[in-house]
Design a protein around this ligand. Structure first.
Ligand code: SF4
Length: 374
């Protein structure tokens, strides 16, 4: 198989991995030689195009949900480090890609596949002198020495947990051990990160949502724990999609709204000072779908409102529906200059004032819309 054919095959096979903060399939662009490239938002807010590719889609494992599983009859191939590094360098020189996301199936063993991936990144860094963004996936069961090298040469590393705990993972894969194979590499990456060894853009993970019967509470409980104990930078959620010729091909696909609510909750945990206890779950452990998680908290806590926008702390402002970290900062700045008196003052700051209206006081008075809504 020639290099272009391999690029087509192994970039298509990488589509289920979300940890590169890439856009959806629809937002991908196909260049004139047929390679798949992804727009992505980097941790520093810069927008770049990533080559997102697998070293190999040959896999010795047989995870139930996966399109690259051993038993599935699909075309297979693998890049040598030299081939892949040269292909990426060509894209960079033609200004088609500004970053690399490298993952892989587990070829004949984790150590051999990781060796190939590390060799690829070393060539990209040292032979081709690429200084841009590289996200490197750590495969299940990856050795500590390999993790150390990975965090030295990549900007970001990730381990896909796929499930929130060992019991749920068993329903998805008989090949991976939750603690030894997945948490252990995360633990090593955290240790090197804490010691200041590379990977400045941090550590991420991904969950397949809805394939193992897990609840939102189980997923977010694990996410909150990972933020605290493993210094995880962020988590990604991938709503389960049926893939033909896999054992889960008849399982219903997970509605995108469930994935969306998980992302909203995760955002509250990372940027709004919310804890797991602040999120509202039904008796089975699922988030509300009729309102977003922040509105659910506000409706559950009428005693907290109304909040006087002219005196509230940043933490209090962040509890008001319609006010996020940026708009809270704008309010705090604007308050130094003047008193905020009506909803127009808030709209002028880019705030969704209709949403905030039922929960606030402006200079001691309820906004007119609030009376109507209450
Ligand atoms: S290890 Fe599992 S999830 Fe990863 S490529 Fe192989 S079958 Fe797919």
């Amino acid at each position: 198989m020639d290099r272009v054919a391999k690029l087509k095959l192994l970039t298509r096979a990488a589509q289920y991995d979300l940890c590169a903060a890439c856009g959806t399939q629809a937002s991908r662009v196909r260049d004139e030689i047929g390679q798949w490239l992804y727009p992505a938002l980097l941790p520093d807010g810069k927008r770049v195009t990533l080559l997102k590719v697998l070293q190999s889609n040959l896999c010795e494992n047989n995870c139930l949900y996966c399109g690259n599983r051993r038993s599935r009859d699909v075309e297979r191939s693998a890049f040598s480090p030299e081939e892949l590094a040269a292909a990426f360098d060509e894209l960079v020189r033609r200004n088609r890609a500004q970053g690399l996301f490298l993952s892989s199936a587990v070829w004949d063993s984790t150590s051999r596949t990781m060796e190939q991936m590390i060799a690829t990144v070393e060539l990209v860094r040292f032979k081709y002198q690429f200084r841009g963004y590289i996200h490197l996936k750590l495969l299940p069961g990856c050795e500590k020495a390999v993790v150390e090298r990975a965090v030295q040469i990549a900007d970001r590393v990730s381990v896909n947990l796929e499930a929130p705990n060992a019991e749920r993972l068993q329903k998805l894969s008989g090949d991976k051990h939750f603690t030894q194979d997945l948490l252990q590499p995360l633990q090593s990456a955290k240790q090197f990160h804490t010691e200041g060894v590379g990977a400045k853009a941090g550590l991420t993970t991904q969950f397949v949502v809805g394939a193992a019967g897990e609840s939102d509470l189980e997923i977010l409980g694990t996410v909150a724990w990972l933020y605290q104990e493993y210094h995880l930078t962020r988590a990604y959620f991938s709503a389960f999609q049926r893939i033909p010729d896999t054992p889960l091909e008849n399982l219903p696909a997970t509605p995108p709204l469930r994935e969306h609510r998980l992302y909203q909750s995760d955002f509250l945990l990372r940027h709004y000072g919310f804890s797991l206890q602040d999120l509202t779950f039904d008796p089975k452990g699922y988030l509300r779908t009729d309102v977003d998680p922040k509105m659910a908290w506000a409706l559950r806590h009428p005693e907290y409102f109304p909040v006087e926008v002219n005196r509230a702390s940043r933490e209090q402002l962040l509890r008001i529906p319609g006010i996020g970290p940026r708009s809270a900062a704008r309010i705090l700045r604007a308050r130094r200059e003047k008193t905020l008196r009506d909803l127009e003052d808030l709209s002028a700051l880019g705030i969704v004032s209709k949403r905030a209206a039922p929960f606030i006081l402006l200079n001691g008075r309820r906004p007119p819309q609030q009376l109507a809504l209450w």
